[in-house]
Design a protein around this ligand. Structure first.
Ligand SMILES: NC(=O)c1ccc[n+]([C@@H]2O[C@H](COP(=O)([O-])OP(=O)(O)OC[C@H]3O[C@@H](n4cnc5c(N)ncnc54)[C@H](OP(=O)(O)O)[C@@H]3O)[C@@H](O)[C@H]2O)c1
Length: 223
């Protein structure tokens, strides 16, 4: 069965993705920054392996890549992220949002390229946000979060172009406004529906679609 590596799996969309892939028989490398917060993950039946990973910690990323050396990763899901900070233009808070939301996914993709190269039909799903769309921005605000996701989108578009000849298919996808800690209780999309849509959309992508920006239901989103 195929293997997926997912970041930020102790709660929210990452936890639900881990649950759904494990239920389908995938091997799931479930990454989380605090193993003590992994109770829900440990209760998931199936081939699920927990790994301590703060996505901004270069040493932890390298150690995990070494621990999994020689193992094919069919699907890498960059999911972990921070919402917008309290003070949207505080330089330190903005930098931290960039480190987690924009730079970490790039570093993780770079470091796990050898594992992806071992897979038959490797894919990378970056959970971004519609708020990173410049074309779709009609409300303003959220400077740190919007710009961090726009930067993620731009970086992944470049990767998609460069990695197309190697057969690695890459997408950035909006999960919907989802009922998680980040989305809040008023969000209309249940986490199960979001994860099902993300899984279906990444599975249906053809190599020619690489570099696309999709909603979780597969509808294209403007850049
Ligand atoms: N929910 C929505 O409505 C919505 C809308 C658009 C986009 N998104 C995107 O969907 C993805 C998942 O969001 P969510 O709603 O599931 O959010 P969430 O419930 O707030 O969960 C965020 C996850 O990211 C992890 N994380 C944060 N910083 C990390 C770090 N430095 N290293 C490792 N993990 C870290 C958190 O771990 P800790 O528990 O350790 O903090 C948690 O597992 C994110 O990329 C988010 O931007 C969500």
């Amino acid at each position: 069965m195929p293997t997926v590596l997912i970041t930020g799996t102790n709660r929210g969309i990452g936890l639900e993705l881990a649950r759904q892939y494990a239920a389908e028989g995938w091997r799931v490398h479930a990454c989380l920054r605090n193993p003590a917060s992994g109770g829900a993950l440990k209760a998931i039946p199936g081939d699920i392996r927990l790994h301590e990973l703060d996505v901004t910690d270069e040493d932890q990323i390298d150690r995990l890549a070494k621990a999994l050396a020689g193992e094919a990763i069919d699907l890498l899901i960059n999911n972990a992220a921070l919402g917008g900070p309290e003070d949207d233009t505080d330089p330190d808070e903005w930098s931290e949002v960039f480190r987690v939301n924009s730079i970490a996914p790039v570093r993780i993709l770079q470091v796990f390229l050898p594992h992806l190269a071992l897979a038959k039909d490797p894919r990378v799903l970056n959970v971004t946000s519609r708020m990173g769309s410049i074309g779709d921005n009609s409300r303003g605000g959220s400077y740190a979060y919007r710009s961090s996701k726009a930067a993620l989108n731009a970086a992944m578009k470049s990767f998609a172009i460069e990695l197309k000849p190697k057969g690695i298919t890459i997408a950035v996808m909006h999960p919907g406004w989802v009922q998680t800690d980040m989305g809040g209780p008023d969000a209309p999309v249940p986490v199960r529906t979001s994860a099902e849509g993300l899984r279906r959309t990444i599975a249906q992508m053809k190599p020619a679609d690489t570099g696309a920006f999709y909603n979780y239901d597969g509808a294209p989103i403007p850049w």
